[in-house]
Design a protein around this ligand. Structure first.
Ligand SMILES: *[C@@H]1O[C@H](CO)[C@@H](O)[C@H](O)[C@H]1NC(C)=O
Ligand SMILES: *[C@@H]1O[C@H](CO)[C@@H](O)[C@H](O)[C@H]1NC(C)=O
Ligand SMILES: *[C@@H]1O[C@H](CO)[C@@H](O)[C@H](O)[C@H]1NC(C)=O
Ligand SMILES: *[C@@H]1O[C@H](CO)[C@@H](O)[C@H](O)[C@H]1NC(C)=O
Ligand SMILES: *[C@@H]1O[C@H](CO)[C@@H](O)[C@H](O)[C@H]1NC(C)=O
Ligand SMILES: *[C@@H]1O[C@H](CO)[C@@H](O)[C@H](O)[C@H]1NC(C)=O
Length: 387
């Protein structure tokens, strides 16, 4: 698009220059300019094509692979050099052009508009509003150096964002240097929580910093949490299988006779537990912090009570990640690889598979609990599960 616009401009100037002395051959001129235009448009196709090629070869199946700021090694006394150094890295990573970013700006603005209008809808009030208590402030991480607040939501590549903020805060100089066990250790990793600050410090940051968080389809997110915590459990967190699963099974499995010692939590048990908003309060208190993996985005980040600058979508991370970096003013400090198309895309087959055999009544109750998240962030009601 950018190229096309540029070429049109060149074309216009060409025509203007020819115009004056040749008034009489006006019609001939119009024809000639038409030809020039056609040729330029034809050429622009190839230019666009050649720019796209690197994208298509760019990716390995990694969600986000953050590399450390190249700028650290650049002499800060020479701003020209600095610019020159950041230029090629942006181009070679296949990053979006300025034009693409500004097109994306309207998409992001629409998201904010939608969520603020849903926030005002009184019939959804309890599903979209939450008090700004310590629990929410615990979710929000602070990068004072670059004035950024990031609310952590599970299952959307948050670890990568946290690593970036840790590097930006200066405790580590490269993303690769941060040990896995330190990323989530907020006393030592130099990435403080907003809750660790005084009221006036909190207010000041909420009012002036760049604020963002990332969401994804609410049901796919629950499936992802279920798989991660109760089926695969790759981080060896025994708590989920040994304490939470049995407690949910005891309360929510229909056929208790079959449950003793059987293969663990079923997605159906999980759905019945999640959909029982009032009934599960007691259990949730028992589960403590672990519930962050299935609490609503409203409960985690208070999107109607904090005016976020950007709401990222996992499904469009390819566009959203660079947009966030640019909006936060850190696009020259961190780079990212291209994310292969489709890897973050909503997978309806998977959703249908997980919900097959679960009663409509249970699914509707689940939807009723997560409707706020569906509506706030523009995710379609999954009619194929509910009707
Ligand atoms: C240029 O490339 C973009 C994506 O890189 C594509 O959406 C657009 O349709 C292309 N334009 C032309 C004229 O091929
Ligand atoms: C990121 O990708 C680079 C190559 O592009 C690789 O050398 C590096 O190990 C990757 N880092 C991580 C954390 O995966
Ligand atoms: C408020 O939300 C409900 C439930 O989604 C919807 O039916 C209604 O049209 C909304 N009201 C407005 C004013 O948007
Ligand atoms: C919202 O919650 C309050 C108290 O928690 C309750 O009184 C009110 O009826 C709820 N409103 C809706 C629409 O559910
Ligand atoms: C209960 O277990 C029996 C035998 O193990 C099996 O045939 C039956 O299908 C199970 N019922 C349910 C509801 O899972
Ligand atoms: C969607 O999920 C199904 C079932 O989990 C899987 O077999 C399929 O490969 C997925 N499709 C894509 C495009 O990832």
């Amino acid at each position: 698009m950018a190229k096309r616009r540029e070429l049109l401009l060149i074309h216009e100037r060409l025509c203007q220059r020819l115009h004056g002395p040749m008034m009489r051959r006006h019609w001939l001129l119009v024809g000639a300019c038409g030809w020039v235009l056609l040729i330029l448009m034809f050429v622009s196709k190839f230019i666009n094509f050649s720019f796209r090629m690197p994208d298509d070869y760019g990716g390995r199946p990694v969600l986000l692979n953050w590399t450390s700021p190249a700028i650290k090694t650049v002499n800060p006394l020479n701003p020209l050099l600095q610019n020159a150094a950041s230029q090629p890295s942006a181009a070679s990573s296949g990053g979006p052009t300025q034009e693409e970013l500004s097109d994306w700006e309207s998409v992001m603005a629409q998201r904010l508009q939608l969520s603020s209008s849903v926030c005002r809808n009184s019939s959804l009030w309890n599903l979209t509003h939450t008090p700004l208590r310590k629990f929410v402030l615990d979710r929000i991480f602070v990068c004072d150096k670059h004035k950024i607040l990031f609310c952590q939501t599970p299952k959307v590549g948050n670890t990568q964002w946290k690593k970036v903020l840790i590097v930006l805060n200066g405790k580590f100089s490269k993303v690769e240097d941060i040990p896995e066990n330190v990323v989530h250790h907020h006393d030592t990793n130099g990435l403080p929580r907003l809750s660790s600050m005084s009221d006036s410090e909190i207010t000041e940051r909420l009012n002036t910093y760049f604020k963002f968080f990332i969401v994804r389809d609410p049901f796919e997110r629950l499936i992802s949490a279920f798989k991660d915590k109760f089926l695969e459990n790759p981080r060896f967190e025994p708590w989920y299988k040994q304490n939470i699963a049995p407690a949910i099974i005891r309360k929510y499995r229909k056929n208790q006779r079959n449950s003793s010692g059987s293969a663990g939590l079923h997605f159906e048990d999980f759905v019945r537990y999640l959909g029982d908003k009032p009934g599960r309060k007691h259990l949730d208190r028992q589960f403590g912090e672990h519930v962050i993996h299935w609490l609503t985005y409203t409960e985690l980040c208070a999107p109607c009570d904090i005016s976020y600058d950007v709401i990222g979508h996992h499904e469009t991370l390819e566009q959203d990640a660079p947009f966030i970096l640019k909006s936060a003013g850190i696009e020259d400090l961190v780079s990212y690889p291209s994310i292969p198309k489709g890897i973050t895309r909503y997978n309806r087959t998977k959703v249908e598979h997980y919900f097959s055999g679960i009663s409509k009544r249970d699914i509707r109750r689940l939807y009723a609990c997560y409707q706020g998240d569906f509506n706030l962030f523009g995710y379609q009601r999954p009619d194929f599960l509910l009707d």
